[in-house]
Each structure stands twice: as structure tokens, then as C-alpha cells.
Design a protein around this ligand. Structure first.
Ligand code: SAM
Length: 281
């Protein structure tokens, strides 16, 4: 069943349409319609600095599809916690994993009011499975882990696949990014999995540097991380094949393709992301 629940602090929706938001700028890159003039303006500035942003967003999304299938099909996981979900974009995570296992349960989390406003699209669960939405902040783990929508949807005693995709570059070292990931992983039982994607400037230092400054000035503070710095998020976990990789070469398949639309190869500098999936021993 679809739980239909939404945790909403204070019950107020403040969309702040005059200011760009991470989720809406990302929706703009993806060609979505859930964005406003301020988001498109900021997105265009990022694209002027680093034209790869659209390719990166789509590649990231397609990586999510492959990682979700790996988690459900190969690792047999049937409980999912997706933090920094984004504005619904079909197929969403639950549609992929419930396609593998209709009984799968998915809890989505985001701190953006507009994602909350569109959360209904994340609630179209299979009858056998369940989905829920929590309006909460990654930097406050208890607001996620103790949310009633989560505790009544996921069985804390069984493994959970935690996905945090394209979010951690908005959590700076000084905000305790590594400790926050550790806190979430520690809360999950053995056999759980962690899947991450993260912006890196290693392939296009100048362009990504400019794009990062646009983000920090106009959208949200941002910090790219190197492969080594990204790998540290997986400390104590067992990376599955192929380990840390750019998302377009992480288990590419014919269906989704290593390249977008199957039309051409994607350059690492256009994608500017690292990806990885690991299991908790
Ligand atoms: C770039 S989008 C990525 C969306 C989706 N995970 C994907 O990979 O397609 C980042 C999302 O993280 C959310 N986000 C950013 N900081 C967050 C925080 N501290 N807590 C919860 N969500 C956050 C934004 O609102 C946005 O929806």
C-alpha cells in the first residue's frame, strides 16, 4: 500500500520562488517543468561555466536506475531509504525496485518544500509494497531515522539500501559530511548497502571550479571531492564491483547504455561525478 504520509515541520510550505533551489535547478538540467525563473537563471550560469551539467544530471539519474536494480536483483534488498530524493522524475526509485520485487518498501527524504509538494508522485506504490515520504534534513539524522513515516515503513532489524545521490557535495567537511554518513550507516544492520554519487572537479578543474562558485554564490554552498575523498565515505564497507567509478562506466548495460540515449560516449569531464555502491559487513 502507499502510505501517503509526509512529515512536515510546522505544516508550512515556503517555496521561495525568487531564489534558486538545488532540487529545482537539477530539475531544469533534466528538462523538467518544476522550476522557476530564478532556478533557470542560476542553471544557465552554471551551464555557461560548465556545459556538462545537463549530461551530468542525466547520467546520474541513469546510474540510479542501474544501482537500484543491482540492489534489488543482485543483493536481494527490499528496503530502501533515499535521502535527497529530488523532484519526482519517472522512473523513480520505487518504480524500479518494485519492478524487481513488488513487495519492496521505499522511504524518500528531502528538505525542499517543492519536493514535499510533489511527493504524491512518490506514493504510487504497488499494493504489496509501501512508500513514504519524510520532509527532513540529511544534516539532522535523527529527524530522518526517528521519523514515524520511516519507522512504520522500514523494519529496523533488516538490511536497508541507503542512497544519497548527488547530495553530499552540498554538505561541506566543516558541516561534518563524513560523520553524518557514518551516523546513518551505523544505524543500519549488517547486510545493508550504501550507494553514493558525488561531484568532483578532477576531470575539469577550471570549469567545475567556476560552476562551484556559481552554486556557492547563488544556490547553496558546495564542495567537490576527489576520488580519494569520495572513497572515504565508504570506510568500513565492502565496495561491490567495479568499486569507485565514474557513473557512466559503473556497470553500463545495453538497456540504459553507458552513453546517453545510446548516441555517443560521454566524456568524464562532462559528467564530473564519482559513484560507488558498498555493503556493510
Ligand atoms: C542534485 S539533487 C539530486 C536528486 C536525486 N538524488 C538524484 O540523484 O537524481 C539533490 C537533492 O538533495 C536535496 N538536498 C540537498 N541538501 C539536502 C539536505 N541537507 N537534506 C535533505 N535533502 C537535501 C535537494 O533538495 C535535492 O532534491
Amino acid at each position: 500500500m502507499a502510505d501517503g504520509s509526509t512529515g512536515r515541520p510546522g505544516g508550512q510550505l515556503e517555496l521561495k520562488m525568487d531564489r534558486p533551489h538545488i532540487a529545482r535547478v537539477y530539475d531544469y538540467y533534466l528538462g523538467g517543468k518544476t522550476n522557476y525563473e530564478a532556478d533557470r537563471y542560476a542553471g544557465d550560469q552554471v551551464l555557461a561555466a560548465w556545459p556538462g551539467a545537463r549530461t551530468a544530471a542525466r547520467t546520474n539519474r541513469i546510474f540510479m536506475h542501474r544501482a537500484a536494480r543491482t540492489l534489488a536483483r543482485e543483493l536481494g534488498l527490499d528496503q530502501f531509504l533515499d535521502i535527497g530524493t529530488g523532484i519526482p522524475t519517472e522512473p523513480n526509485l520505487h518504480q524500479i525496485v518494485q519492478g524487481e520485487n513488488p513487495r519492496a518498501r521505499v522511504v524518500y527524504v528531502d528538505n525542499d518544500p517543492l519536493v514535499l509538494a510533489h511527493a504524491r508522485a512518490l506514493m504510487n506504490s504497488t499494493p504489496e509494497g509501501r512508500t513514504a515520504y519524510v520532509h527532513a534534513d540529511f544534516t539532522e539524522p535523527d529527524s530522518v531515522l526517528l521519523a514515524p513515516e520511516l519507522t512504520r515503513t522500514l523494519d529496523a532489524g533488516r538490511p536497508v539500501a541507503l542512497s544519497v545521490l548527488a547530495l553530499l557535495h552540498f554538505v561541506l567537511d566543516e558541516d561534518g559530511a563524513y560523520g553524518l554518513v557514518r551516523r546513518f550507516v551505523e544505524a543500519l544492520p549488517s547486510g545493508s548497502a550504501l550507494v553514493l554519487t558525488h561531484g568532483t572537479s578532477e576531470f575539469a578543474p577550471e570549469a567545475m571550479g567556476r560552476a562551484g562558485r556559481v552554486y556557492t554564490d547563488c544556490v547553496a554552498r558546495a564542495q567537490t571531492r576527489s576520488r580519494e575523498e569520495f572513497a572515504r565515505f565508504f570506510d568500513g564497507l565492502e565496495l561491490v564491483d567495479p568499486g569507485i567509478e565514474v557513473p557512466h562506466r559503473w556497470r553500463p548495460d545495453r538497456q540504459t547504455g553507458a552513453c546517453i540515449g545510446g548516441a555517443r560516449d560521454v566524456a568524464d569531464a562532462e559528467v564530473g561525478l564519482w559513484a560507488g555502491l558498498a555493503v556493510k559487513p
